[in-house]
Design a protein around this ligand. Structure first.
Ligand SMILES: C[S@@+](CC[C@H](N)C(=O)[O-])C[C@H]1O[C@@H](n2cnc3c(N)ncnc32)[C@H](O)[C@@H]1O
Length: 290
């Protein structure tokens, strides 16, 4: 996906009939939003997330560690890594990691955090739009990454699932593992506080399936994607699915009514709607474009 230009993109949901200039403007608005979100954070100031990480805690949920398995010695790419606490948690477990994010502030904090944790030699952070990969990565491993991961609040920033899935497949080595841990699309369709947790009060505020037009949210542009659309995009791009697990918990407290279980998982006590979905897949030996 290029910056600027006036040609019309026809590369999938969210971009039908939208000029590449308009699409670039939307990415730019989203990037500015994330620069502002991260600006108050620095490793020196600390936040609960940063302090916990520097105290040696993993930022990964047990389900992520279990489903990806032993990443020791792996080259691992984290798409939309934010400030890198999860990326660096993989590095602490013995992986050589690369984190990619569109926000310069996120990448700056992630690099500071890597240095503060003594992991700078095992971690590279690149500022890039996901759609510009794998070319935007200066020195990708020969033959592709062993593991590609992406987690928590990533797909809503992406208009074109098919191209995203191709980026995943093109970045992976044949036989490599892809792991997605994402807010469940059902939860994304509900109100932000999930109706405060009382099952009877839950309301649907956003589309469930992909739409051409983004869902406005302040100054940002977000896109919704149904679970079937996400899985089909991956399969079409060359990722064979190994497991798809829906979970009734979230790494984020989205409502006052949620309670934490001691392992970083927030859940409702009065219903078990899926709040998280994890997808594990293997990159086929060859994919269509090879
Ligand atoms: C909710 S955060 C992701 C959280 C992170 N994966 C974690 O586990 O802590 C969403 C991130 O996506 C990034 N982002 C949004 N659009 C992007 C794009 N087109 N390409 C790359 N990064 C993008 C934002 O800068 C932000 O850091």
């Amino acid at each position: 996906m290029s910056d600027g230009g006036d040609e019309t993109s026809d590369s999938g949901p969210g971009s039908d009939g939208v000029s590449t200039a308009d699409l670039s403007a939307r990415f730019e608005a989203n990037r500015e939003h994330w620069e502002e979100m991260v600006e108050p954070v620095s490793v020196a100031d600390g936040t609960a997330e940063i302090e916990a990480f520097l105290d040696g805690e993993s930022a990964l949920l047990p389900v992520q560690r279990r489903e990806v398995g032993d990443a020791t010695g792996d080259s691992l790419l984290d798409l939309q890594c934010s400030i890198g606490t999860r990326t660096l948690s993989w590095a602490r477990m013995g992986a050589t990691v690369t984190g990619v994010d569109i926000s310069a502030e996120s990448v700056r904090v992630a690099r500071e955090l890597a240095a503060a944790a003594g992991l700078a030699d095992d971690a590279t952070f690149v500022r890039a739009n996901v759609y510009d990969l794998p070319e935007a990565i200066p020195e990708p491993p020969d033959g592709g990454y062993d593991t590609v991961v992406s987690n928590f609040g990533v797909l809503c920033w992406l208009p074109d699932l098919d191209r995203w899935a191709e980026v995943v497949a093109e970045s992976l080595a044949p036989g490599g593992t892809f792991h997605l841990a994402e807010h469940h699309p059902i939860a994304t369709a509900l109100s932000d506080d999930l109706g405060g947790g009382a099952a009877g009060e839950i309301s649907v505020e956003h589309p469930y399936f992909s739409t051409d037009d983004p869902v406005p949210d302040g100054d940002t542009h977000k896109w919704t994607h149904g679970l079937g659309e996400i899985l089909t995009a991956l399969v079409d791009a060359g990722i064979d699915l190994r497991s798809v697990n829906e979970q009734p918990f979230s790494p984020i407290r989205r409502s006052e009514a949620m309670v934490e279980d001691g392992e970083g998982r927030w859940r409702f006590e009065d219903h078990d709607l899926p709040l998280l979905v994890t997808v594990t897949g293997t990159r086929r030996e060859s994919v269509a474009d090879e």
